[in-house]
Each structure stands twice: as structure tokens, then as C-alpha cells.
Design a binder for this molecule. Structure first.
Ligand code: DP6
Length: 368
């Protein structure tokens, strides 16, 4: 880059980022521009082999403009959110030198180089499986690596949180920068400097848990999380009560349950929180329906089972969509759970894949 004579080089970085599933939900922003939430949230980062986004970013003097492809289709980068993400990272770029390949990029050169981004999800996009969380964390991480950004994970999580893509933006993305159990602290600073992701426990801390995703529908949701939570903030009194009075206590209890690997408390807190989040959606005017009949049947099935056993075996949680995330306390319970799902939600015929999708993505959380 220094003398500009050879324009044939391409510098490329590929990153994989897992998605995360909240067990204490983030729903509502106090600042839409800085993406500052109205409450803390806690999530579990999933095994990247099963639910992840792979993003390749590249710069070259040959590239004439910034461009991005999502699952092979070019998407518009016209939204200011993408540009703000790129601006943030370019401004943090440092000198890069590869003598073998004859590449020398100075700090100030990052501003002039155009970026190409190709991103793939191996799971349904925007179907309420936190696809945007994985996508955004991955984008921020790979751009930061490409541009030799020296900031630590905490600071990158602040960029992942703020940087919104028109199609893929996600505040919850900041939690995917860590494995294991992660808290996104809402923070107090009006500028958001302390609204960051913190790892509560590593991958290895609680590895008996098994997560099963029951894909009830892979259709794109009708109300995006961004607009849904905006409407809830504007119209739901329950949401404000939840953020102020309920979640702070649940966060403390959930942190303790994770620390002690206390499954009964963990399951109770996760199920209650999911139900309260969906109650806030119903309390929104007009109401937002993310779950469907199958989701409700899955809840009843798990509740009945837990009651019959006298202690929780399985926790359920639903994001902004009908798909169930089921967390079994160990492998034996997960096997039984799969049998029950097959029994109560059988494929209508051998060729009926829509029901069978319920069992399609099942895996152990290994946090690899
Ligand atoms: C229900 O992070 O997708 O999954 O910040 O507006 O893009 P924006 O929303 P997003 O919302 C996630 C909401 C949730 C709960 C959660 O993951 O905490």
C-alpha cells in the first residue's frame, strides 16, 4: 500500500461466531442510537458447530466500493449503521506489515481501503434464533482482526453492540464475543462505555447441560426484535415494571444458579423470564405474538413433565419467534426429551420435513 505500485494483493480474514440464547432476556432500549438496554441480560453461547455465522472480510486496493453478501446474496450497505461500524473499526486499525507478501498498510490507510464481506448462517436467518447476534459479533471480530485492532474483547463488545446493520443489527450480538455464560451489563454511563459483555463462567463450567432447538418454523418473523422492543418500550407498562423491579433480582439469582450449577433454580428462572418477556409482548399495543400453538404445546409438555418429576428436568426459553430452545439438565434427560418430542410432535409422514425439523438441530453444548 505504501507506494501504491502493486494493486494485486488481497488481505483476508475469516471468523466463525456462535449464536447465543438469552436465559434472562434483553427487551427494550433506553438509547436507540447507542443501543443501551433497559436491563441486564444473561445468555448461553451455543456450540459453533451447529448454530454459527461464518464471515470472511477482505481488503484490496482493487476493490472499488464496500460490498457485502449474506448467504450468497448481495445486500445493500446503504444504512448508516453498517457505515458507523466500519468507521469505528477503521479508526481503531493499526499498522500492518507482511514483508513476504510485500503488503504494508499504515494506520491511516484503512480509511481508504474498501472492504468486501461474505457472511453465511448455518441456521434460519431472522426466525427468532438470534441469528443477528452471531452475524454481528462475527463481523465486528473479523473486521477488527483484519485491521489489526488492538482493543480487548470488552471494547469490541461495545462496538458489536452499537454497530447496527440495516438487515442484521443486534444489541445482543455483544454477548456472542464470549463462550460459556455471558452477562450484558446495561451500565450507567449515558455514553454507554460500561454497557459491555462480561463472561460469567467458562465453557467447561457446566458441561452436562444439553440444548435442543425445536425448529417450529423457519419462516422469517413478522415483527423484528428492533421494532418489537421499541413498541413495547413505548406502550407496555409491564415491560417497565419488569426492567425495574423484576430483572435486577433475577439477574442476581441467575448468576448464583450458574455459579452453583443449580439446575432447578436455573430452569425456574429461565422459564419464568421467557414467559414474562412474551407477556410484555402481549402487553404491547398492538400486541405482538411471537409464539404459536406448537410453542404453547411444548411449554405445557415441559411444565407437566417437570411437575410430575417433582424437580425441573428441562428449561424452555423462546426468543422473538416460535422456536423452542430446550435445556436439559443432562444427557439422559435430553434423550428422554427427544423421545417425548417425537411422540407428541411426530412427523406427519416420513416425507413431512416440517414437523421433523423439530428435531433437526439437536446437540450438546460443548462450547468448543
Ligand atoms: C428476544 O439483539 O436482535 O432475542 O438490538 O434491536 O437488534 P436489536 O435486538 P436483538 O434482540 C434480541 C432479543 C431477544 C432477547 C435476547 O437475546 O436477549
Amino acid at each position: 500500500m505504501a507506494d501504491g505500485s502493486d494493486k494485486s494483493w488481497i488481505l483476508m480474514v475469516t471468523a466463525q461466531s456462535p449464536t447465543n440464547i438469552a436465559v434472562i432476556k434483553y427487551w427494550g432500549k433506553r438509547d436507540e442510537t447507542l443501543i443501551l438496554p433497559i436491563n441486564d441480560s444473561i445468555s448461553v453461547t451455543l456450540d459453533p458447530d451447529h448454530l454459527c455465522t461464518t464471515t470472511t472480510v477482505a481488503v484490496s486496493p482493487k476493490f472499488e466500493k464496500d460490498q457485502m453478501w449474506l448467504n450468497g446474496k448481495e445486500i445493500s450497505l446503504a444504512g448508516g449503521r453498517f457505515q458507523s461500524c466500519l468507521r469505528e473499526i477503521r479508526s481503531r486499525g493499526t499498522d500492518y506489515e507482511d514483508q513476504e507478501k510485500g503488503i504494508s498498510i499504515k494506520k491511516q490507510d484503512w480509511e481508504k481501503l474498501n472492504v468486501h464481506i461474505a457472511s453465511f448462517n448455518n441456521f434460519p436467518t431472522a426466525a427468532g434464533l438470534a441469528s443477528s447476534a452471531a452475524g454481528f459479533a462475527c463481523l465486528v471480530y473479523s473486521l477488527a482482526k483484519l485491521m489489526n485492532v488492538k482493543e480487548d474483547q470488552g471494547q469490541l463488545s461495545a462496538i458489536a453492540r452499537q454497530a447496527h446493520l440495516t438487515l442484521q443489527g443486534s444489541g445482543s450480538a455483544c454477548r456472542s464475543l464470549y463462550g460459556g455464560f455471558v452477562k450484558w451489563a446495561m451500565g450507567n454511563d449515558p455514553n454507554g462505555s460500561d454497557s459491555i459483555a462480561i463472561q460469567l463462567a467458562t465453557e467447561a463450567h457446566w458441561d452436562e447441560l444439553v440444548i435442543i432447538i425445536a425448529v417450529v418454523s423457519s419462516r422469517q418473523k413478522e415483527t423484528s426484535s428492533t421494532s418489537g422492543m421499541r413498541e413495547s418500550v413505548e406502550t407496555s407498562p409491564l415491560l417497565h415494571h419488569r426492567a425495574k423491579e423484576v430483572v435486577p433480582k433475577c439477574i442476581v439469582q441467575m448468576e448464583e444458579a450458574i455459579r452453583n450449577r443449580d439446575f432447578p433454580s436455573f430452569a425456574k428462572l429461565a422459564c419464568v423470564d421467557s414467559n414474562q418477556f412474551h407477556a410484555c409482548c402481549l402487553d404491547t399495543s398492538p400486541p405482538i405474538f411471537y409464539m404459536n400453538d406448537t410453542s404453547h404445546k411444548i411449554i405445557s409438555c415441559v411444565e407437566k413433565w417437570n411437575r410430575a418429576e417433582g424437580t425441573p428436568q428441562v428449561a424452555y426459553t423462546f426468543d422473538a419467534g416460535p422456536n423452542a430452545v430446550l435445556i436439559a439438565k443432562n444427557r439422559q434427560v435430553a434423550t428422554l426429551l427427544l423421545q417425548k418430542l417425537l411422540f407428541y410432535f411426530p412427523p406427519a409422514s416420513e416425507t413431512d420435513l416440517s414437523r421433523y425439523k423439530l428435531l433437526r438441530l439437536c446437540f450438546r453444548v460443548s462450547f468448543a
